[in-house]
Structure formats: C-alpha cells, structure tokens
Design a binder for this molecule. Structure first.
Ligand SMILES: NC(=O)c1ccc[n+]([C@@H]2O[C@H](COP(=O)([O-])OP(=O)(O)OC[C@H]3O[C@@H](n4cnc5c(N)ncnc54)[C@H](OP(=O)(O)O)[C@@H]3O)[C@@H](O)[C@H]2O)c1
Length: 325
C-alpha cells in the first residue's frame, strides 16, 4: 500500500485528500518511481481548481519529482531498478509515494545533484531554460522584464539571466521579495503593489523598453506587460497566477508597437527525449558549476500538500517549495 494526494472534484486546497492507493505496475515503456522529493508548482493549483481539466476524476496531482526507479516495464532499456531519476512532465500523480510514468519523461540525476535539489528545479529550471535560451534566446547585454521574480520560476530566472549577462528587471509585491530577487541576481526590481511598472521600465531602460517581457502572472499584468515591450518585441505569456488572459483583441498588438506574443509550455519545448535530455544537461551543468543555487525555501510533508498550495496561492512562498513523502 502506498499514499498519495488525490481530488475527486474541483475546488480550493481543501479538495485535496491524502489517501492510500494500490500503485499500478508499469506498463510497456513505463517506469515506476519511488519518489524521494516532489516539486510544488502553480500549475498544480490549475488542475485542482479546474482551470486546466485533468483527464479524469478522481485524479492524482503534480508533474515534478525525483526518486529511485523501483520497477520497469517491458521495453525499457535505458533505465534500471535503482537508478536515480527526475521528471518534470508526464501524467498527473507526482504527489505520491510511487508514480508510474513513461520512461522517456525521465532523466538520470548526476551524482552531485540531490533528490531535493532536483525536485526543486526540474520543472522550474527547465522552464527558465526554454524561456531564456529558446523562446527568446538571450545573448547577453539585453534588459528584460520578468514578473514575480521572487517566486519559484522567477528566482531561477534571476540567477540564469545574471549568468548570461542580462539585466533582469523583476517585479515583486513586497520589499522583502524585492530584496530576495536582488539576492538572486535581479539587476533592478519594481514593487507592483505600489509602483507604476510601465513608467519604471521606461526610466530603467532610458525610454527603450524591453525586447522581451516574461509574464507568468497573466490577467493582472497583461496590458502593463504589453506597455513594457519595445517596438516589434516579444511578450512571453507563460502563466496564470492571477487568472487566465482571455478575450484578447489582436489589434492591441498593433497599437502597442507591432508586438509579438507567444503562450508557450514546457511540454511543448521538452517534446522529445533528446530535447528533454539536452535541456536537463544544461540545467544540471548550471547547478554543478555553481551558477545556479537551488534555494528550497519551503518544505512540507506530502500529507500537507493542501497547506503548501494555500501558501503558494496566497503569495506567501518564495523560491522553490518541495513536498516530502
Ligand atoms: N508555461 C510553462 O511552461 C510554465 C512552467 C512553469 C511555471 N509556469 C507559470 O509560471 C508562474 C510561476 O510559477 P511558480 O510555480 O514558480 O509560482 P511562483 O512564482 O512561486 O508563485 C506565483 C507568484 O505569482 C505572483 N502573483 C501575482 N499575482 C498573483 C495572484 N493574484 N495570486 C497568486 N500569485 C500571484 C506572486 O508573487 P508576488 O507576490 O511577488 O506578486 C506569487 O508568489 C505560474 O503562472 C505558472 O503557471 C508556466
């Protein structure tokens, strides 16, 4: 018998139940992982609330974790029982003792990377990889805007941008979060709880605005973000922490300066085993070289996943949060 978090209907964190279950055996080309640490992500709250529909209810939750291969299905040749692995995409169900997923969603962990580190960075770090290295390949020297810079993805983005020689302007909602984003490598911060973001971006860029704006906040920052993009620049709208952006009139892109917009996902970038491995190799290299410090600011027991999600949604967390089975 194993334990997991599941939900039978959509709602707030209180719909999450910690319950025992019979883990299925891995099928062909699948692997069963004994989780050692699990990543908490904002996307988990979208599946719980119903913003993103899960395939079926009751449903498991979570897509990020690290652990030990405990069983392998037929046809799996590159992994064996006992391997240390991590994952960031695949079926829901990472909030569990044992998780079954396709073998090609897993990467082997370097010896130097702990399970906790991996669970804290796989989804968020691979996201930063594609945002900064692929969606808008930064060369160094650019000044960019990144919302929620003290959060999970944001903290890693601050560090990675600094390593690339990019000036990252990070938005935050408090003085404490501003200090944290600065510690992580942000070049400047804007407290959007009381500062005018577009005005401050104009000042900080001497009127040039940013060639790219990264927006994981969504609804509340959409128009402001467009105002911060330089003519013909790119808005990367990659999340919905404040709610989804809907009902967009494409004409606004013309009015704001012939802008481009993309709405990417990690699954869309790490879409083959080769691409996943390449991205993970670069992420782990950033960690082992010391350019990326994995900061786990919050740890919760798996059974307390509801409390962890409450803290995340209430903007009480900074950096990465992990759940421990
Ligand atoms: N598309 C992808 O591939 C992908 C992958 C990973 C994550 N994401 C997205 O990236 C964003 C960050 O994810 P994360 O897991 O690292 O979360 P997080 O940044 O640790 O937490 C979300 C942060 O958003 C800010 N925020 C602004 N308005 C908010 C509101 N109304 N409610 C709650 N938070 C609000 C808060 O920071 P302040 O208090 O400083 O405002 C909060 O700490 C999320 O939108 C997530 O969905 C997208």
């Amino acid at each position: 018998m194993a334990m997991r978090i599941q939900f039978s209907h959509h709602g707030g964190p209180d719909v999450l139940e910690y319950t025992d279950y019979n883990p299925i055996a891995p099928g062909p080309n699948e692997v069963r992982v004994q989780n050692q640490a699990i990543g908490l992500n904002f996307i988990d709250t979208y599946f719980r609330s119903g913003l993103y529909p899960p395939p079926a209810l009751p449903s498991g939750l979570g897509t990020e974790g690290a652990g030990i291969v405990e069983a392998v299905g037929a046809g799996v040749s590159h992994l064996q029982v006992g391997d240390r692995v991590a994952y960031a995409t695949g079926p829901l169900g990472a909030y569990s003792d044992l998780h079954v997923l396709p073998a090609d969603k897993l990467v082997k962990l370097p010896d130097a990377t702990s399970f906790e580190q991996a669970a804290a960075v796989m989804l968020k770090g691979l996201t930063v990889h594609y945002l900064l290295r692929q969606t808008f390949p930064l060369k160094g020297g650019e000044t960019v805007l990144f919302h929620a810079a003290a959060g999970g993805v944001g903290s890693l983005a601050c560090q990675w941008a600094k390593a690339l020689g990019v000036k990252l302007i990070g938005t935050v909602s408090s003085a404490e979060k501003a200090a944290r984003a600065k510690e992580q490598g942000a070049w400047a911060t804007i407290d959007y709880s009381h500062e005018n973001v577009a005005q401050r971006v104009l000042e900080l860029t001497d009127g040039a605005k940013c060639p790219v704006v990264y927006d994981g906040v969504g609804k509340d920052t959409w128009e402001t973000s467009l105002d911060c993009v330089a003519p013909r620049g790119l808005l990367v709208s990659f999340g919905n922490a404040s709610g989804a952006v809907t009902g967009v009139n494409l004409g606004i892109l013309a009015q704001k300066g012939s802008l481009f917009v993309t709405r990417p996902t990690l699954a869309g970038y790490a879409d083959t085993p080769q691409r996943l491995q390449w991205m993970a190799d670069e992420l782990f290299a950033m960690i082992t070289s010391g350019q990326l410090q994995v900061d786990i600011s919050q740890r919760f027991a798996l059974k307390d996943a509801a409390a962890a999600q409450t803290a995340l949604s209430a903007r009480q967390t900074t950096g990465s949060t992990i759940l421990l089975p």
